[in-house]
Design a protein around this ligand. Structure first.
Ligand code: HEC
Length: 294
């Protein structure tokens, strides 16, 4: 097998392995980046809902407490306000969702679905966990969720979530006696859960991967051609000429011009060594020719 062929086989194998490894690493990095983008979006939505809740508690709910005794206004409840506001947002961004998923809710629409109940149970078993991030398919598409635990962190909560007997009559008239009671101080009763779609960042990642791989392949092809040309010019051509010359010298033909001692260091060294050997050989042949035969 020729030197060039061997060199090309080794080089192609190295390039192929490098290409596959680079493609795998790039895909992982881009996917991770897409996930981080989805996490940022989800966190922003969750923080918006939490800010809304805080703002309600500080600026709205206290003023409506008196009215609530007459007619209960669900809008005065932070959980309701946050859920409704994000529901409004979903008219434009249908793939995004927010839920105050609760095991025993006052409003049945807030009841945990099966997978949400698992998330809440995880928080209950590991009270130190402040956040759970996960992925799950929704309607055949990948989506990411972030969940934060909801704690009964204030005794005031028990006024409406303790027992029906202490709850405002107006609340009972609207929501009944059956749900959303029996919560304990400090208990984790549910979780704020935000879902965001992952297809947009994932499609973007896939779109970036193709040009990256094409550029990488183009660089490989360019390097391959350049190395082949260099090898031909700098190594193979002088070696081939030397071989032909040695061939002719071996038949006693010294008409061939000497090698140029220019070019890359090693080839020039070989050329000058070859020239010296040729001169010595020529002299030796001369002496041989002049020596009288006995
Ligand atoms: C004035 C009564 C009242 C107080 C005080 C109150 N809540 Fe509620 N809460 C409600 C009502 C009514 C709902 C149902 C709102 C709706 O229709 O979505 C609700 C809903 C919730 C929900 C959503 C799940 C569900 O039960 O439907 C959570 C979570 C929640 N409250 C937590 C709390 C916490 C924590 C506190 C204390 C910081 C608190 N609430 C204080 C009346 C109250």
């Amino acid at each position: 097998m020729g030197l060039r062929r061997k060199f090309n086989i080794v080089m192609s194998s190295v390039f192929l392995v490098g290409f596959v490894a680079a493609a795998a690493i790039a895909q992982r990095l881009l996917e991770e980046n897409a996930r981080q983008q989805a996490v940022r979006e989800a966190r922003l939505l969750l923080d918006t809902a939490t800010a809304l809740r805080t703002s309600m508690v500080e600026h709205v709910s206290p003023y409506l407490a008196a009215v609530n005794h007459e007619v209960f206004l669900p809008h005065s409840v932070p959980a309701f306000a946050a859920t409704e506001t994000i529901r409004e947002l979903r008219k434009r961004h249908a793939d995004y969702s927010y839920k105050e998923a609760t095991l025993n809710p006052t409003n049945p629409r807030n009841r945990t679905a099966d997978w949400e109940a698992d998330v809440v149970q995880q928080f209950r078993q590991h009270p130190a966990h402040e956040e759970i991030i996960g992925e799950r398919p929704t309607a055949g598409r990948r989506s990411l969720y972030i969940a934060k635990p909801i704690r009964v962190n204030h005794t005031a909560c028990l006024q409406c979530h303790g027992t029906p007997s202490t709850a405002p009559a107006s609340l009972l008239r609207l929501y009944g006696h059956a749900n959303g009671f029996g919560w304990q101080p400090g208990e984790i009763v549910g979780a704020q859960i935000v879902n965001v779609p992952m297809d947009v960042p994932l499609t973007q990642a896939a779109r970036l991967l193709t040009p990256f791989l094409l550029t990488l392949a183009a660089v490989f092809v360019f390097v391959f051609i350049a190395l082949n040309l260099m090898m031909g010019w700098l190594i193979l051509r002088p070696i081939r000429r030397m071989a032909q010359s040695a061939d002719r010298l071996s038949t006693g033909d010294f008409t061939e011009p000497e090698f140029s001692e220019q070019g890359p260091h090693e080839v020039a060294l070989l050329g000058s060594a070859f020239n010296r050997m040729r001169r010595s050989l020529e002299k030796a042949m001369e002496i041989l020719r002049q020596t009288p035969r006995r």
